[in-house]
Design a protein around this ligand. Structure first.
Ligand code: AMP
Length: 404
């Protein structure tokens, strides 16, 4: 089923390529109006293609033209491009912006992808084996499908390259640091979007001591001073810090030694447990990685998983507040941060000692400001938009390079 749309002009395509999915979005220039979002899921299996046009907010599922689903990222992207040509043939994609999870110590800003950049990023696969290869596969596929148009890599680690050595290091022999074993921090594109929103909508407060809690399927928190990241709960990998849907969050490394030495588990088996079987899913006894399911469940394991989650969020707010010697603003974002009334209510009401006074009604009604007028800390709920950040960077770099 194709939707004929009468849109015309130049546009930026954003791509977020995961292990078996490609999320995409199209932004019309020069205003960067988002005209559609969509995703191709289960690539390599029974792939599904869904699109939501901004104009009618209607989610549509599309059939594969020759009835064979794409077998890999390259085929999926080629289907996407063919579909774009058929349904919106007056739209000219002039650049593609890619989400890339790891930019290492070198990349502290988005870059136009060259062969040299690809080589550098390929060397980082070892640091993010579950994400980086798919991000790079997305770039390669887009290069093949689009020919010469600029491909721009936007990094989740870049926002945190402002950390001091003490915020970056681990207390292990120093040569590991020199090899790149340090705290990178992730979700940087989301933090960048929220920091910009704060500057625009809360200019008086945005330069203060701010915590942004990105609570989604992946989760982390970042402390900002003067709009700049000074510390993050995520470290070397995307496992550290808060518990997540299926990832463990902070853990005593002695537990990993136990798994290896007592249980005889291999590195791959441990990786599988820590990335895919832990977090909310693991603690709820395998019930679910989805906070909605846990909130709706009467099982004691579901309640304990939520209790641990809240405990960890509070603990990290305390830790980041200590590092900044105070707290002026806290922002909740991500699927859980934006949508779970209960998690925000529990975290904030249990942190009144820090100067937080929750406005329960505003919190329940989905308000942006969810603290009372009497609260010393301004508490906010803001939806994040990583795609928009990618599109803006892609547009700016393309303008610089080609003078669009
Ligand atoms: P994200 O990775 O940011 O898309 O967040 C996805 C997660 O948000 C899901 O796994 C859910 O756990 C959570 N979520 C989405 N909507 C709600 C909601 N209304 N209440 C609680 N959790 C939610």
């Amino acid at each position: 089923m194709d939707n004929e749309k009468n849109l015309r002009g130049q546009a930026i395509l954003t791509i977020n390529a995961g292990s078996s999915s490609i999320k995409f979005s199209v932004f019309l220039l020069p205003q960067l109006n988002q005209i559609l979002v969509g995703q191709i899921d289960d690539i390599g299996g029974d792939a599904r293609f869904t699109v939501r046009w901004h104009s009618d907010n209607n989610q549509v599922s599309l059939n594969w033209p020759n009835a064979t689903p794409p077998k890999n990222h390259r085929e999926a992207l080629s289907e996407l491009i063919n579909w774009l040509h058929r349904t919106a043939n007056e739209i000219e994609i002039i650049a593609v912006g890619h989400r890339v999870v790891h930019g290492g110590q070198k990349y502290s800003a988005p870059v136009i992808v060259t062969e040299k950049v690809m080589k550098d990023l390929e060397a980082l696969v070892i640091l993010a084996p579950l994400h980086e290869p798919h991000n790079l596969a997305g770039i390669r596929a887009a290069q093949e499908s689009f020919g010469a148009i600029p491909q721009i890599a936007c990094f989740d680690t870049a926002f945190h390259r402002t950390h001091s050595f003490v915020e970056d290091c681990y207390a292990i022999p120093r040569y590991f640091y020199d090899q790149g074993v340090c705290r990178y921090g992730f979700h940087g594109l989301s933090y960048e979007y929220i920091a910009e929103q704060l500057m625009t909508k809360f200019p008086g407060e945005s330069g203060g001591k701010v915590i942004i809690a990105h609570l989604g399927n992946g989760a982390s928190m970042t402390a900002l001073k003067g709009g700049v990241s000074i510390a993050s709960t995520m470290g070397f990998s995307s496992l550290d810090g808060l518990p997540m849907g299926t990832r463990c969050g902070e853990i005593d490394p002695g537990v990993l030694l136990y798994m290896m030495q007592r249980e005889g588990l291999s590195a791959n088996e441990i990786s599988e447990i820590l990335y895919k079987e832990s977090g909310l899913k693991g603690l709820s006894g395998g019930l679910s990685n989805d906070m909605r399911t846990l909130e709706a469940s009467a099982l004691p394991e579901a309640k304990e998983a939520i209790d641990y989650y809240v405990r960890e969020v509070k603990r990290e707010i305390g830790a980041l507040t200590a590092l900044m010697a105070g707290l002026d603003v806290i922002v909740f974002t991500g699927g859980i941060g934006s949508n779970s009334v209960m998690i925000r209510e529990r975290v904030l009401s249990e942190m009144s000692w820090i100067g937080i006074d929750l406005d329960r009604e505003s919190n329940r009604n989905g308000g942006t400001i969810i603290s009372s007028k009497a609260s010393r800390v301004l508490c906010l709920r803001i939806n994040t938009d990583e795609e928009r950040v990618i599109a803006r960077h892609a547009f700016e770099l393309t303008k610089k390079m080609c003078g669009v």
